[in-house]
Design a protein around this ligand. Structure first.
Ligand SMILES: [Zn+2]
Length: 504
């Protein structure tokens, strides 16, 4: 039922209040009527802004009272025309408008994912922004189910069936951009878990803007200029692999035939052929086999394989790379040295794995939140953690994320940067690296890469960014694991204690 007083409300034109709502619109869904009523969507993380708004409305309009409304009511109000000759809002009948409102807000907040968890009597909406999943709103179970149905009615997809895993994909226009949304639903013990990934298919960064060090960029460029072989980009989900893949595809010359096979194709280039695997077909595996067969017959110079995830894709990558073609692909591993056993696990024969022309290089990376320099804390609240970081980083000017945030950031974060390690296998003409791989001596391989080619570990790369205040040491450890004393290179002027504090 539409809220009658909300439906009749005209928002106040008081300048200070309008500016406040505009400044905080990503964190507070609210409108203020001239009689001092604040219609707001109740959210835990809004309380501080809500209190500030009450004070402001009270000072400007002489009185203030809050009336909580549901996100659907806010979306209805937000979407409805409110010309002066209208007496009220027209209630929106379908949930598509709520979905549009949520998608718009998610895009405005730079969210990579929207989560909808439908439970027995409530539904939780959350957004993943800069790597963090944060609560966004709550709906009733019924509203959640209607929203799920709406998500699955937007484009190429199966119908939403709460009892079965299902996928969907659609395009969504916001501002002057067109975003791609991929949704997935799975049943859980209390209801359903839905995830929607949002991507801008035109978002491409040049390699030197991704966050690699100058040496790492040089190594990647040397790998890409080599005549052929497999280049593996490894990392967890949301580690920026697709962005790097896009940067590398963009840099490939127009004089080459480049074919990408992916699910989904995330970025499209004029000079590439993009083939998307239709997983909504009856036999997706058969389709992938046919596509890979056809791609080989097309004889591309460069094959971009979205992910090596099974024996079939590993075999296709191996066949092309061993023929001397350039193959780019991604793999889910946590380090460069894990790439080799993982490929064996996926059926790559050992004699091919250790062949010098097979793997041109590996990259492993994570995305870490960039600390907002305007509101960062300069000290760590927890004395134990404070000791820990001081023992590692000495007197370096550290910055810690302030979860309260400010008007210039989101919860103390202004973006993300890469921390990475790069193994330029192609530079090793002695065959030493391949002997380490053959002997399963991966620590030896790592040491050899560091000593012979100036390779730095991911922790070492991250420590450099911590010590310039770009990233928070504790958040970084939560993503890539603890720093060890050897990861940190101190300028000569810094003295540091001999031992790192142990943590429980
Ligand atoms: Zn800030």
């Amino acid at each position: 039922m539409p809220n009658p007083s909300l439906a009749a409300s005209q928002p106040t034109r008081n300048k200070a209040i309008v500016e406040f709502l505009q400044l905080n619109k990503e964190r507070l869904s609210a409108l203020v009527a001239d009689n001092g009523t604040i219609y707001a969507v109740r959210e835990k993380q809004n309380r501080r802004i809500e209190r500030a708004l009450v004070d402001l409305v009270s000072a400007e309009l002489g009185q203030a009272q809050i009336a909580y409304i549901s996100p659907i009511e806010f979306a209805n109000w937000h979407q409805s025309p409110r010309d002066t000759d209208q007496t009220g809002t027209q209630p929106v009948q379908d949930t598509n408008q709520l979905l549009r409102h949520i998608l718009e807000q998610a895009i405005e907040a730079n969210a990579s994912d929207i989560y909808l968890d439908i439970h027995k009597d409530i539904s939780h909406l959350s957004l993943r922004c800069y790597g963090f999943k944060r609560p966004y709103n709550t709906l009733s179970r019924e509203e959640g189910l209607r929203l799920a149905t709406s998500i699955f009615s937007m484009g190429k997809s199966t119908d939403f069936q709460p009892g079965r895993p299902c996928d969907c994909a659609f395009d969504f226009a916001a501002g002057d951009k067109n975003y791609r949304v991929r949704g997935n639903s799975v049943k859980d013990t209390r209801g359903n878990s839905l995830t929607c990934r949002i991507r801008d298919p035109n978002f491409v960064l040049p390699l030197d803007a991704c966050g690699y060090s100058p040496t790492q960029i040089q190594h990647i460029e040397r790998m890409c200029k080599s005549p052929g072989g497999l280049i593996v980009l490894s990392g967890e989900t949301n580690s920026g692999k697709s962005t790097t893949l896009g940067s590398l595809m963009m840099a490939e010359p127009r004089t080459k035939k480049i074919i990408e096979v992916a699910d989904p194709v995330e970025i499209e280039f004029d000079h590439c052929t993009h083939i998307e695997i239709n997983k909504y077909g009856e036999q997706p595996e058969e389709e992938l086999r046919n596509i890979l067969g056809a791609v080989v017959r097309q004889n591309p110079d460069v094959l971009v394989l979205g992910e090596i995830r099974d024996h079939m894709s590993a075999a296709a990558a191996t066949d092309m790379a061993i023929q001397g073609k350039r193959v780019y692909s991604t793999l889910h591993t946590q380090s460069c040295i894990s790439v080799f056993p993982r490929l064996v696990n996926l059926g790559v024969p050992r004699d091919i794995l250790v062949h010098p022309s097979f793997i041109a290089g590996c990259v492993n990376q994570n995305l870490v939140p960039l600390t907002c320099p305007r509101c960062a804390r300069l000290d760590c609240d927890d004395p134990y953690q404070a000791d820990h970081v001081t023992s590692l980083f000495g007197s370096a000017p550290l910055r810690f994320v302030n979860p309260e945030g400010c008007a210039h950031c989101k919860h103390g974060v202004v973006g993300q940067t890469l921390v990475a390690e790069v193994f330029p296998m192609v530079l090793d003409r002695t065959g030493q690296s391949h002997r380490f791989i053959d002997n399963n001596n991966f620590k030896g391989l790592e040491a050899h890469m560091q000593q012979s080619f100036g390779v730095v570990t991911k922790h070492h790369h991250a420590a450099g960014k911590v010590m310039t205040g770009l990233i928070d040491p504790l958040l970084t450890e939560a993503i890539i694991g603890e720093f060890m004393e050897g990861d940190v290179q101190h300028p000569l002027s810094h003295t540091k204690p001999k031992t790192a504090a142990l943590r429980p």
